[in-house]
Ligand binder design. Structure first.
Ligand SMILES: Cc1cc2nc3c(=O)[nH]c(=O)nc-3n(C[C@H](O)[C@H](O)[C@H](O)COP(=O)(O)OP(=O)(O)OC[C@H]3O[C@@H](n4cnc5c(N)ncnc54)[C@H](O)[C@@H]3O)c2cc1C
Length: 319
């Protein structure tokens, strides 16, 4: 019978464990209590465990494989591990990396995957109740999975991290890594994705552009401004669809959820599918030519004006 919760401990390109893992660990401890203290496992791909040993509070057992990302190698090894452990739940961070890995695991195993969850619970039947926004963030859907493991990806920063968790006598088990020849070389692509992912996920200041930025050139102006104030550039889907920015920069329902201290929206109308991804920001400033743009409803400061006049003036002042 399936038992236990397996977590994916993502190691970023910078070599640290992604914060979403600690958030998953915290939630897993809560879920485990509702599952008669089901064991919590983690799977980690790393060259050595020494530098990561401290990070596994609350985890019973960590399975370690050799590092070197390829979707197929990672997913095939995790699939084998799942067959061995038979966990009832597997959780992965909804990072660019996690979003690449999770569907491959679930489709290989023929099990369900609820993507981009913002809440997890155990229902009265002991099933994982995974909640995610739907219909443009206007409704919350709680999804159950009939097959095992019940899989979910979880957005970063929706759960608190596991800093206060009980330090367990965690067991570390080194596994043989079976490498798989990649059919498609995606490494360059993933490299590009990772850079933006890590920056936007942890950025304290984000300068985001929409269709109102008019071109890729417009985004260069945003970048110049963002660099000046120590920020990171993000984009609306409108801008992504126009080809002004890559999808990895997209913020909102089908992009990233961000929680910066300061979010500056330039030429973004403020559709619900965009604002759902920015409401965790401490402070929102918007620049838009349309005084009735919905973005102003979620903004602390709204500037009605042309972004191509305002940003150069601000840059000049900053210089
Ligand atoms: C299922 C679904 C999922 C979606 N997911 C996302 C998502 O994740 N993220 C997302 O962003 N959208 C998402 N969308 C799309 C969303 O509904 C909007 O279409 C999109 O956010 C609009 O992008 P925009 O604000 O850049 O463009 P527009 O709505 O065209 O707004 C452009 C704005 O720029 C202003 N402007 C123009 N020129 C200037 C100037 N010179 N100076 C200042 N302001 C100017 C205009 O007044 C206007 O308000 C989704 C839609 C669906 C249906």
């Amino acid at each position: 019978m399936a038992r236990g919760i397996l977590l994916y401990a993502e190691v970023t390109r910078q070599g640290y464990i992604h914060t979403v893992f600690f958030e998953l660990a915290n939630k897993a401890v809560e879920l485990s209590k509702k599952l008669n203290n089901a064991p919590i496992y983690a799977v980690l791909f790393a060259d050595s465990i020494e530098e990561y040993k401290e990070g596994f509070n609350g985890i019973d057992r960590v399975y370690i494989y050799k590092k070197g990302y390829s979707t197929e190698t990672y997913s095939n090894n995790i699939v084998e591990l799942i067959k061995e452990l038979e966990p009832e739940i597997m959780l992965i961070g909804a990072t660019t990396h996690g979003r690449d890995l999770a569907p491959r695991i679930s489709s290989t195993l023929g099990t369900g995957l609820t993507a981009d969850c913002i809440e997890l619970d155990i229902n009265e039947k002991g099933q994982l109740a995974a909640t995610r926004p739907t219909f443009g963030g206007q409704l919350m859907a709680t999804i159950l999975c009939k097959t095992y493991p019940q899989m979910a990806t979880v957005r970063p920063k929706v759960f608190k991290p596991s800093i206060d968790l009980e330090v367990k006598n965690t067991e570390f088990i080194h596994k043989q890594t079976k490498t798989t020849e990649e059919k498609v070389r995606l490494l360059e692509f993933i490299k590009g994705l990772d850079d933006t992912k890590n920056e936007l996920d942890s950025a304290e200041v984000i300068v985001a552009g929409g269709k109102g930025m008019k071109s890729e050139e417009g985004f260069k102006l945003l970048k110049e401004f963002a660099d000046k104030i120590g920020g990171v550039v993000g984009a609306s889907r409108g801008a992504v669809e126009m080809g002004y920015a890559p999808h990895t920069m997209q913020i909102g329902q089908t992009g990233k959820t961000v929680t910066p201290k300061l979010y500056i929206a330039c030429g973004i109308s403020g559709a619900i599918q965009h604002t759902v991804g920015i409401t965790g920001s401490d402070y929102i400033i918007s620049i838009n030519t349309d005084p009735d743009a919905p973005i102003f409803e979620v903004s602390d400061i709204g500037v009605v004006g042309d972004v191509f006049e305002i940003l150069p003036q601000l840059l000049e002042k900053l210089k």
